[in-house]
Design a protein around this ligand. Sequence first.
Ligand code: NAD
Length: 309
Amino acid sequence: MQYRPLGRTGLEVSVIGFGASPLGDVFGVTDPEEGERAVHMAVDEGINLFDVSPYYGVTLAEERLGAALRGRRERVILSTKCGRYGVDNFDFSARRIAASIEESLGRLQTDHLDVLLAHDIEFGDLNQIIEETIPAMRQLQKQGKARYIGISGYPLRPLVRVVQAVPLDVVLSYCHYNLLADDMDAILAPVAEQFEVGLINASPFSMGLLTEQGPPEWHPAAKATRDAAKRAAEYARSRGADLAELALRFCFDYPRAATTLVGMVTREQVRKSLRALERPADRQLVREIHAIFGDAFNSSWLSGREENQ
Ligand code: NAD
């Protein structure tokens, strides 16, 4: 396993991060025992960053991850979130954040988190995030409940605004750096570097788009983007390659992100992530896939409040 520094936190995170949202059955019903075995295999293979949220499966992912990490907690860097609790259920108030961490610690069966992120800040009032939420999270840090704090979200500008406005340790961006998009590199990465904030890249398959099985029903991408991803998967297959593996390798090779969070729920998926890190990158095939994407490349969708787009 390769490790990279996470900003100035002093944490060294594995290049492959374990995204635990599928443990909450967000991509379809999963086998909890296999999910637990996948977590154990990941820890044994040196994957040390585990990311979850109370939102994933409405607490189910946290419950399952907490159970799977029993006896292994000290070997991992554990990250969860606060502020988002359902599709339309957000509360970034100081009071809710303080209660939220206690609930998460209980489900995760631990007395502290390594990272706590305000979840999907574009759904909140950014002034509240800056003036109330982050200070409340700093309080929790002072109390020893979270070692480092940060923010996550989809549109890049709100992330940039908050990174510039208030000291943070970590910023998590998803679906903006993968085979289908690279705008995180121009918009967020330079600001994260300037402020020495650790950059976490998430969703290397763009939440399932860049896989053979395709995205879940709820995926927000436009039909043209879904169609382009499907054509890319077919093309990769015709060349004897797997689009998902290509997508993983593309993200792992990106040096400005400390880690890429991959949503995994089976040992086979953990194995595939490990294999993608070892095999040589096929740059020619990546160029051909990019030509297939055409206008779908860097096309994005709306997420959050209108004023935060
Ligand atoms: P992803 O792009 O990682 O895709 C996950 C899907 O791909 C799941 O259905 C999984 O079963 C499947 N998969 C895993 N390995 C595969 C393989 N080798 N071949 C084919 N399919 C495979 O999307 P994600 O899970 O949304 O993102 C990863 C993690 O990043 C999340 O679990 C979460 O921890 C984090 N994340 C955070 C935010 C946020 O904070 N707002 C948003 C998105 C993701």
